[in-house]
Write a protein that binds this ligand. Structure first.
Ligand code: GTP
Length: 598
């Protein structure tokens, strides 16, 4: 029967352990794409993904495999991103699967996101097929990695597939194991339609294209479907599968993973995680869905030209169609005008959104420094959530401020435990516990304010451990903190978009660092500009941007043309992202300087 030959699975791994390369080899070996069409990491179709070599959006593809038992199988492979910012996307794809291929690098071993992804897979009751990849590397030590998988995950790894995605070794064995180890879906064809939406993309011709996993029943063009959470109804116009190009079908049935269009014009009506059913024969129970994405950091986003505000809103709406984790709402800044406060999963996510807005929608943006959301309790007992530092109430009105903390798991070789603890302590972390993974590696657990993680924790962690540490974190709640808002004044005026929140103990040092930094990034103007940092009315640091000389190159003797050109180039590049703030031209960099004070 049809369903017994379907296998729905994801590939999960720590970043760079080789998921995408394994997916490429699988596509090749199953002739899903011809050699001619094959290009590296074909599933990473977004231009940005290919340039950065990372997977951002999950992608699903149907492939056919002729197994050694003589039968033909249909695989639905759902690729997932590995970066901690995108673990939400991982959980969405896992909910559409019966199994997960767990890829572990034979030289690196189990890393923080290996564990995090395994837990997500186990939460979804998935069958896990372990693969030890990159066994071609000289530093590969598959036996050690097997033991590590057993010790840390408790998964029998003695018969893990040994693979080299680079050479193709072990890929066929992996395909066989997918057939034998991962269960077929158990949907009921006769039951009313029950389909889970696990992704959506906006297409200007067809409207919203939904990625769906059919749990029960059948869906075909012409059917009237209903979105269970809001009762909206649509007539199905097309169903099909990605192979990896879209191929339309006359129906999708229980166990299938494919796409569906129904002239849906706004994706807000079809949330990822929602259940579709038939309007005239609805199922009684929606699919369990999965945990919704919650933004961790917020930043203000403003068009460089005020006239582009509507374009920016439209672009954000478009992006939100295929990025359920992106949140935004209008905000106004005295300094920057009309813009949006946007919520992101993390800094990488923020970066990716900014870059997509600029490339795909041709917008020039000013982003303010990212902030977490703070919970304040006012003297009168009211509670207020503050995601924009500029909105922080006056200190005299505040009874208590709480900030989000994360539980951070840091995996690191023994030798670096010292530096990791020193760093975590310095970032206001509270030590929780430390587990030995094996003779050489330790899992160090701290509770650390999210704001410290957002700033530069990861970079510092990497440099303090020569790149050996890996990090995973999740929100663990809000804790009271002695926090203050620092305002920045340029030429005597508070620039609201530069305000930031910091622990009182660090206020002085950060105030000083930022006034120095701003002095170096804001170009000289025709007049002298004082830069001040203040808490309330109290100035805690200051610097001065000197008045500018008409032509930066005037001082140079005429002969050195290349040097002169270089300087002019530099001036031009500096001009690119300027925003007029009062009488000053302030570059994008200035708004991010709070991040880069070191
Ligand atoms: P993200 O998509 O960013 O999460 O990473 P990924 O896990 O998909 O890793 P990817 O497939 O992009 O591989 C990471 C790097 O490892 C690339 O440079 C690959 O060429 C390399 N790589 C993958 N598999 C192998 C292998 O079997 N052997 C060797 N030597 N290198 C490999």
């Amino acid at each position: 029967d049809y369903q017994s030959r379907i296998r729905n699975f994801s590939i999960v791994a720590h970043i760079d352990h080789g998921k995408s390369t394994i997916a490429d080899r699988i596509l090749e070996l199953t002739d899903t794409v011809s050699k001619r069409e094959m290009h590296a990491q074909i599933l990473d179709s977004m231009e940005l993904e290919r340039e950065r070599g990372i997977t951002i959006k999950l992608n699903s593809v149907e492939l056919k495999y002729h197994a050694k038992d003589g039968k033909d199988y249909i695989f639905h492979l759902i690729d997932t991103p590995g970066h901690v910012d995108f673990s939400y996307e991982v959980s969405r794809s896992l909910a559409a699967c019966e199994g997960a291929v767990l890829v572990v690098d034979a030289a690196q071993g189990v890393e923080a996101q290996t564990l995090a992804n395994v837990y997500l897979a186990l939460d979804n009751d998935l069958e896990i097929v372990p693969v030890i990849n990159k066994i071609d590397l000289p530093a590969a030590d598959p036996d050690r990695v097997k033991d590590e998988i057993e010790d840390t995950i408790g998964l029998d790894a003695q018969d893990a597939v040994l693979a080299s995605a680079k050479s193709g070794l072990g890929i066929e064995e992996l395909l066989e194991r997918i057939v034998t180890d991962i269960p077929a879906p158990q949907g009921d064809f006769e039951a009313p339609l029950k389909a889970m939406i696990f992704d959506s993309v906006y297409d200007s011709y067809r409207g919203v294209v939904l990625s769906v996993r059919i749990d029960d029943g059948i869906v075909k063009p012409g059917d009237m479907i209903e979105v269970m959470s809001n009762g909206k109804k649509y007539e199905v116009t097309e169903v099909g599968v990605l192979s990896p190009k879209a191929v339309s079908r006359d129906r999708l049935v229980a166990g299938d993973v494919g796409y569906l269009t129904a002239n849906i014009k706004t994706v807000r009506d079809t949330h990822v995680g929602d259940t579709l059913t038939l309007a005239n024969n609805p199922t009684t129970k929606p699919t369990p869905g999965y945990r919704p994405a919650k933004p961790m950091v917020y930043s203000g986003m403003y068009p460089v030209e005020n006239a582009k505000y509507d374009d920016l809103r439209e672009a954000l709406e478009r992006l939100q169609l295929n990025d359920a984790a992106l949140e935004f709402e209008p905000e106004t800044s005295q300094a920057l005008g009309f813009g949006f406060r946007c919520g992101f999963l993390g800094l990488l996510h923020m970066d990716v959104i900014q870059e997509r807005l600029e490339r795909e929608f041709d917008l020039e943006l000013i982003m303010t420094a990212p902030s977490v959301d703070y919970h304040t309790t006012l003297q009168n007992g009211d509670e207020k959530t503050v995601a924009n530092p500029a909105d922080m109430p006056d200190p005299s009105d505040i009874r208590e401020i709480q900030e989000p903390y994360v539980k951070a798991e840091i995996m690191v070789p023994n030798d670096y435990v010292g530096p990791v603890m020193e760093l975590s302590q310095r970032k206001r972390g509270n030590f929780v516990t430390m587990d030995y993974l094996d003779a050489n590696r330790v899992n160090v657990i701290y509770e650390i304010p999210l704001s410290e993680i957002v700033f530069d924790f990861f970079d510092e962690l990497k440099s303090n451990t020569r790149g050996y540490a890996s990090l995973d974190y999740e929100l663990c709640g809000y804790r009271p903190s002695d926090l203050v808002k620092i305002d920045i004044l340029l030429a005597g005026e508070v620039v609201d978009a530069l305000s930031f929140i910091v622990h009182r103990d660090f206020a002085q040092a950060r105030g000083r660092a930022i006034t120095e930094k701003l002095k170096s990034v804001i170009p000289r103007q025709q007049f002298e500009v004082p830069v001040q940092a203040s808490i309330g009315n109290k100035v805690i640091a200051r610097s001065t941007i000197k008045a500018y000389r008409k032509d930066v190159t005037a001082k140079l003797y005429g002969g050195d043309v290349t040097r002169r050109m270089k300087l002019l180039e530099k001036q031009k590049a500096g001009k690119k992202r300027m925003k007029a703030v009062g009488k000053l031209d302030v570059p994008q960099e200035a708004f991010m300087s709070v991040l880069k004070m070191g």
